[in-house]
Structures are given as structure tokens and as C-alpha cells.
Ligand binder design. Structure first.
Ligand SMILES: Nc1ncnc2c1ncn2[C@@H]1O[C@H](COP(=O)(O)OP(=O)(O)OP(=O)(O)O)[C@@H](O)[C@H]1O
Length: 246
């Protein structure tokens, strides 16, 4: 069974259609890059995947379950998202340890969460020093690691990363992408990488779907799409990549 089956998604705001007949699948443990320039409908698609907005048409199934029809709590166990700027999503008053404990308490009945918090921090390359820190005492890369740990704490089937490394400098980007690749190799989780950056896609995605004006204009295995693009728009995106990353 696929981790994610997306069919015929459509979302309009007034007369403007932001997402138009978008479909893709992600197999178990797979990784899909959803690319396109600003305004192409990527973030709207992300909100539809997460069930944060209802589509006008189409469906999102995570492991065969429709996200629109399950409870919020159950949905959180199916699909999680990490945003570009975790500052906005991390509670500034909670230490890293308290932030992770809070999520674990919501989803798992256990007398002690300390061990699991330690495991999660280790998984994202953080240790006891960061456990006691507040978000403002961490670097951007460390905060993003905390956001990833928090998302993984509920053991979701699918993790959506919406421009999750866009705000980081290139060396930290590479560290986080390497970390995500290691996590995928070790856990039963699949990724949807939403990005305008084809270099990111080249590093982490098995499959890629290229969006333009709310539609998927080209999709296929990443290497194939990056090395022999079929659509003019994909070629244009590739031509505008400033660095030789693939
Ligand atoms: N709530 C909304 N109301 C009206 N229009 C919206 C709304 N959300 C998105 N749009 C429009 O839908 C289009 C797609 O936006 P979206 O944020 O999905 O694009 P994107 O590819 O993620 O771009 P970016 O990378 O800049 O976030 C844009 O033209 C945007 O103005």
C-alpha cells in the first residue's frame, strides 16, 4: 500500500484556482519532491495534504485512510509537517525537552518520557545541552532539528517538509538533508519535500513532481526529470539553478 495517494486535488479562492487537479503517490518509505516557483500552489497543496484546508475536489489518503475523515489526533499520527521557520511553531516558553514531552504525552500513554526524548534528540543530532534550551537559545539549524524531532515524536507515516531548509545556509542545509536521509533509512516514514530549489530535490527525492500555476506539469524519477526534462517549465527551473548540484 502507498503511504500517500493524492488524486484530483482542487482548491479555489474566489475565482482563482490555486491547486488544479493535482495528483501523485508516494510509496511506503518513499520521498517525493514537489517543486515549483513561488505561487505555483505548493503550500496550498501542503495544507490540503495535512487536512488544514478542505479541497473543493479530490482526495488525500495516507496509508489508505482519508485525512479529511479522521480525527485531528489520528491525523497527527498519519501526517506531520515541518515549516521553513520553526520559530513560529515552537512555543518560545518551552524548553526542547518540555516541547517533546508535551507531544509524547498527547499521543502515548507512558509513565516516563525521558528515555524517548533522549532517543529523539539523538536521532536529530542533539544532546542534553540542547534539551534544556529554549528555542531562542538555539541556532536556526538546531531549531529545525527540534521541529523535525517533534514531528517524528508521533511516528507519522508521512512527513511533509515545506521549504524546511530554505532559511538555512548551504552547509547547514546539507547537514539537515543528510540527517533526514538517515532517518528515512532507519524509520518507516516517507517524505514530501516542498521546495523551489531543485538542488534540494536532487539530494533527497526519489520522485519529483513539478508544479506550475497550480498544476503538475511533469513528474517522474528525480534523476530522469533533472537530467532530461520534458517540459519547458522544468527546463526553465533547471536553468535558473545557480549551482551545479546534480
Ligand atoms: N487563503 C488564500 N486566499 C487567496 N489566495 C490564496 C490563498 N492561499 C494561497 N492563495 C493563492 O494561491 C496561489 C498559490 O499559493 P501557494 O502559497 O500555494 O504557492 P507556493 O507555490 O507555495 O508559493 P510560495 O513558495 O511563495 O509559498 C498564490 O497565487 C496565492 O496568492
Amino acid at each position: 500500500m502507498n503511504d500517500l495517494d493524492v488524486t484530483g486535488l482542487r482548491k479555489s479562492y474566489g475565482r482563482f484556482t490555486a491547486v488544479d487537479d493535482v495528483g501523485f503517490t508516494v510509496p511506503a518509505g518513499g520521498s517525493l519532491g514537489l517543486v515549483g516557483e513561488s505561487g505555483s500552489g505548493k503550500s496550498t497543496t501542503a495544507r490540503l495534504l495535512l487536512g488544514l484546508e478542505r479541497p473543493d475536489a479530490g482526495s488525500v489518503l495516507v496509508c489508505g485512510r482519508p485525512v479529511a475523515a479522521v480525527s485531528r489526533r489520528e491525523r497527527a499520527r498519519l501526517i506531520q509537517i515541518v515549516f521553513q521557520d520553526p520559530f513560529g511553531s515552537l512555543d518560545p516558553r518551552l524548553t526542547v525537552e518540555d516541547c517533546l514531552t508535551e507531544v509524547l504525552k498527547l499521543h502515548f500513554p507512558a509513565p516516563s518520557y525521558g528515555k524517548r526524548v533522549g532517543e529523539l534528540l539523538e536521532q536529530v543530532g542533539l544532546g542534553p545541552r540542547e534539551a534544556g534550551a529554549l528555542p531562542r537559545q538555539l541556532s536556526g539549524g538546531q531549531r529545525q532539528r527540534v521541529a523535525i524531532a517533534r514531528a517524528l515524536a508521533v511516528q507519522p507515516k508521512v512527513l511533509v517538509l515545506d521549504e524546511a531548509v530554505a532559511a538555512l545556509d548551504v552547509s547547514v542545509q546539507a547537514q539537515i538533508l543528510g540527517l533526514l536521509a538517515d532517518i528515512r533509512a532507519a524509520e518507516e516514514v516517507s517524505y514530501v519535500f516542498i521546495t523551489h530549489d531543485l538542488a534540494v530535490v536532487g539530494c533527497v527525492a526519489d520522485q519529483v513532481a513539478v508544479m506550475r500555476h497550480g498544476r503538475v506539469v511533469e513528474s517522474g524519477p528525480t534523476r530522469q526529470v533533472l537530467t532530461s526534462p520534458q517540459h519547458d517549465y522544468t527546463r526553465l527551473l533547471l536553468d535558473s539553478v545557480p549551482r551545479a548540484a546534480f
